[in-house]
Design a binder for this molecule. Structure first.
Ligand code: AMP
Ligand code: MG
Length: 335
């Protein structure tokens, strides 16, 4: 199949209207989308990804009003969208328009991406556009066009070329269905920020509690998510530093963590003596939790393609950006 790779929103919107599948960047990760109004197109997304049929998709909208037209938004939903949208927040809402995919659910996951070009494309597509992350099911989400092309050129009908993802981890998901607003998936918008708008937000405990549920009530709960093929080890600052310092000629291990003045001389030395450590290859240094999240999946992807067997990940720093990042790292390490 010839894939249309273009920044022309009109051409790519036409594809969605024709029932085709298009990959597009959002501020979180790349999405693989089809019209929420066309069931067969949405089913093709599942086929391409190898995604289990009982894991629903997020519908992407261009405006709050377009969401209110098809879902019961309510006061809390509107307040949340007004505060955090466009941005990396997904709400689970009761559906008004029952014809939208998936027809068998009376709820819909909705979100408004941040990039105005992407919103224009959604509007021209006569959206919403239903999309999970653009990756093969079970693999980490993709955040680089080069990785998207490696997996999907020739497989999907179109790829929208626009600003690359910057947040790097999937959206925060809040359910407004049921007795209490509930945080279903942590992300870049943190529970402390959500609580400033929804004081009775329920925040479930440790992520591992999710995994025993038989029905996927929330994103990434039933199925393996966010993990590379390589084994992921979460390491404290001390363990991370120790592991780097004592590394021998290991070709099978990679590291991602914070820039540490204390180990810089060690790194220089390693680089000169045996060329085993190199940024962009088996070492990724980050400057903040946000920087860490934005680089994480692309680093996982590159480690897998280079055949590393182990990835040592330093734990996030306490403070902003920790919540979503820690959740993804723990999932990748299967804690
Ligand atoms: P991703 O698969 O990373 O793109 O994230 C999309 C997630 O949104 C999926 O894992 C779903 O579990 C979740 N989701 C979509 N629709 C619903 C819904 N109606 N109720 C609960 N979760 C949903
Ligand atoms: Mg996904």
């Amino acid at each position: 199949m010839k894939t249309l790779i273009s920044s022309d929103v009109r051409l790519l919107a036409n594809l969605i209207q024709e029932g085709k599948v298009v990959i597009f960047p959002t501020e979180t990760v790349y999405g693989i989308g089809a019209s929420t109004r066309l069931e067969s197109a949405c089913l093709r997304v599942y086929e391409i990804k190898g995604r289990p049929k009982d894991n629903p998709l997020i519908a992407h909208f261009h405006s709050i009003e377009s969401i209110a037209a098809v879902c019961e938004l309510g006061e809390v939903g509107r307040a949340l969208l007004e505060r955090f949208s466009p941005g990396p927040l997904t709400l689970i809402l009761p559906k008004k328009d029952k014809s939208l995919f998936p027809k068998e659910l009376d709820t819909l996951a909705v979100r408004i991406p941040k990039n105005p070009v992407v919103r224009e494309w959604i509007e021209l597509s006569r959206g919403p556009v239903s999309a999970p992350s653009a990756n093969l099911s079970g693999r980490p989400s993709l955040t680089k066009l080069s990785d998207v092309l490696r997996y999907f050129d020739g497989v999907v009908d179109g790829i929208l070329v626009a600003e690359e993802p910057s947040f790097g981890i999937e959206s925060t998901v809040v359910s407004l269905v049921g007795s209490h607003p509930t945080l279903l998936r942590p992300g870049s918008i943190e529970s402390s920020e959500l609580l400033s708008v929804v004081s009775d937000l329920e925040i479930p405990g440790p992520t591992s509690k999710y995994d025993i549920r038989a029905v996927p009530l929330s994103p990434g709960t039933k199925y393996k998510h966010y993990a590379p093929t390589a084994r992921v080890i979460l390491a404290s600052k001390e363990e991370f530093e120790f592991s780097l310092k004592t590394m021998n000629e290991s070709k099978s291990t990679a590291w991602i963590g914070f820039s540490l003045e204390g180990i810089k001389p060690v790194l220089e030395n390693q680089r000169i003596q045996n060329h085993t450590l190199g940024e962009g290859k088996n070492l990724c240094l980050v400057s903040s939790n946000e920087d860490y999240a934005s680089k994480l999946y692309a680093f996982f992807e590159s480690c897998d393609s280079l055949g590393f067997q182990t990835i040592v990940c330093e734990v996030p720093k306490p403070g902003p950006g920790e919540e979503g990042l820690r959740n993804r790292l723990e999932k990748a390490a299967s804690i």
